[in-house]
Design a protein around this ligand. Structure first.
Ligand code: ADP
Ligand code: ZN
Length: 516
């Protein structure tokens, strides 16, 4: 039955990994969360169940700009679909409501702020609903990278329809965010379906943030006719770079949110048609764009968190062919991002989350470990081997056996009940008698002071490497305390070695990068 619907309405013969399982699970009346990278095929997971039973499916989605396209695509496939958001006139809205009552609509997309109005809630209560879908569900959580306050009331959905299954979907959410999303939506025990986030065809590269324009020009010159996107932080930068590239005869255009809408869709279409080779854009560009042959992504500036970074590089190589990603990084970029967070209007606890996420991004940029392992461990995938397709793997720095140091650190984490953050762990390992350590009695534990052989900055570096390579985890929602995982215990039991890259001062590191 589900295969038939997939064929009839979407034209596909087979399901992608997990899709069939998810559809069965949801159709049996169960709640779940679906984690799949962008382009993985999340929509089918609720669209097929919507068509399998009587009634309609409510899809909550914050992306008003995309709703119209999604609905049009569904209608084009012969699926009764409609959307409700603030852009509709009251007569348009009335017409849609009538169609819903008449049973002509199978998928009803609603913007969260619209849904939460009393009149809209009244309306949906009167409908025959078969499934609740929450797209971009990471927006529910303050721990996510794109928190939307209007999403926080969405638990009313499960309250209004306690017997209906709910499916929450997202492309990016670390463990803390996932747990929080499920709690916020009122489905704490929902099963989590997790597709692999690995994109082995993307090569990952970080370059020192010097002579950026020159490096980009050379890269484009070496890859003629390959289309790509250069992401910049500021609108002005997109215009400047596009101008400079054009002066060199490169077919480049810019794109940002402050351009008139017609201009934006004109350049976007030109890029999709391959009439423009290079798009220099802010992150406003790319949402919902389905172009399979983007061959490279360059980040002119460092993104503010790993989730955004992953989503942006994920726009390259959708066709599965080899594609390149490059991130320019300088310490100054990090400072600039910090200032942006500091000067934002966010409350302090939100700023702290943003700082922590930014620091993980910086660790990625500065890492001496396989970058893919860092990315995947961020999304909670365990990888046992280096990827061979990142700059670190191609230019490895020699590692040393750091198992004993790692065991000291992990054992200290265990003996402090996994309640301490990195700073305090370093104090405990180095045997510092400061107040917060002694107050908690950590100066009495067996591992107190066992790490005096290393300086504090060396410990900070090694602990970061351990985190990056998945030897331990961090819980942002528990004051950034370090947590032991499967691998940690294997290291503690002596079943697994830990290899780390020797500590380098910032000066040493810079010198080495310049020589490369
Ligand atoms: P996501 O929402 O996860 O970013 P979409 O649901 O938009 O991804 O799907 C991405 C693309 O994959 C779409 O073009 C969709 O039609 C296609 N797709 C989804 N499921 C299948 C399938 N089973 N077989 C082939 N193509 C699929
Ligand atoms: Zn690698």
């Amino acid at each position: 039955m589900k295969e038939q619907i997939l064929k009839q309405y979407f034209g596909y013969d087979t399901f992608r990994p997990l899709q069939a399982e998810i559809i069965d699970w949801v159709s049996a009346g169960n709640d779940c969360m679906v984690l799949m990278p962008t382009g993985g095929g999340k929509s089918v997971c609720y669209q097929v169940p919507a068509l399998m039973t009587e009634g309609l499916t409510i899809v909550v989605s914050p992306l008003i700009a995309l709703m119209k396209d999604q609905v049009q695509a569904l209608r084009g496939n012969g699926v009764g679909a409609a959307y409700l958001n603030s852009t509709l006139s009251s007569s348009e809205q009335y017409a849609i409501e009538r169609q819903c009552y008449a049973g002509e609509i199978k998928l009803l997309y609603i913007a969260p702020e619209k849904l939460l109005t009393p009149s809209c809630m009244d309306f949906v209560r009167r409908l025959k609903v078969n499934l609740l879908a929450v797209d971009e569900s990471h927006c529910v959580s303050v721990w996510g990278h794109d928190f939307r306050p209007e999403y926080t009331q969405l638990h009313v959905l499960k309250t209004a329809f306690p017997d209906l299954p709910m499916i929450a979907l997202t492309a990016t959410a670390d463990r803390v965010t996932r747990r929080d999303v499920l709690k916020q939506l009122g489905i704490p025990d929902a099963r989590v379906f997790e597709a692999s986030f690995d994109r082995p065809n993307l090569s990952l590269n970080v370059l020192p943030g010097r002579n950026r324009i020159k490096v980009i020009e050379q890269f484009i010159h070496d890859h003629p006719n390959q289309s790509g996107i250069i992401y910049c932080l500021a609108r002005k930068t997109t215009e400047d770079i596009a101008l400079k590239l054009r002066a060199k005869g490169i077919n480049a255009r810019f794109y940002h949110a402050k351009m008139p809408a017609e201009e934006r869709s004109a350049v976007q279409d030109a890029f999709l048609r391959d009439d423009v080779q290079v798009m220099v854009a802010t992150v406003a560009f790319g949402m919902g764009i389905d172009k399979s042959n983007v061959r490279w992504i360059i980040h002119y500036n460092m993104p503010s968190n790993v989730e955004s970074f992953y989503q942006e590089i994920g726009r390259a190589g959708r066709d599965g062919l080899k594609s390149t990603t490059m991130l320019f990084y300088s310490f100054a970029d990090w400072i600039m991002r910090r200032d942006m967070i500091e000067n934002s209007e966010l409350p302090q606890h939100m700023k702290d989350i943003q700082f922590a996420k930014l620091d993980r991004m910086k660790q990625y940029a500065e890492a001496d470990h396989c970058r893919r392992r860092i990315l995947l461990s961020y999304f909670n995938e365990t990888v046992e081997r280096d990827c061979g397709n990142c700059d670190v793997c191609r230019n490895p720095r020699s590692k040393f056996d750091a198992t004993v140091s790692a065991q000291k650190a992990l054992s200290a984490i265990a003996r402090t009940d996994q309640k301490i953050a990195m700073g305090m762990l370093v104090d405990v390992l180095r045997g510092s008698h400061n107040r917060s350590v002694t107050e908690r009695g950590y100066d009495k534990i067996k591992t107190f002071g066992v790490g005096r052989d290393l300086r504090a900055e060396e410990w900070a570096e090694y602990l970061t490497q351990m985190l990056n390579s998945g030897v331990m985890d961090v819980a942002y929602d528990e004051a950034h305390s370090l947590k032991l995982n499967e691998i940690s215990w294997r290291v503690l039991r002596g079943e697994r070695k830990v290899e780390l890259v020797r500590f380098e001062s910032y000066e040493e590191k810079r010198k080495r990068q310049e020589e490369q």
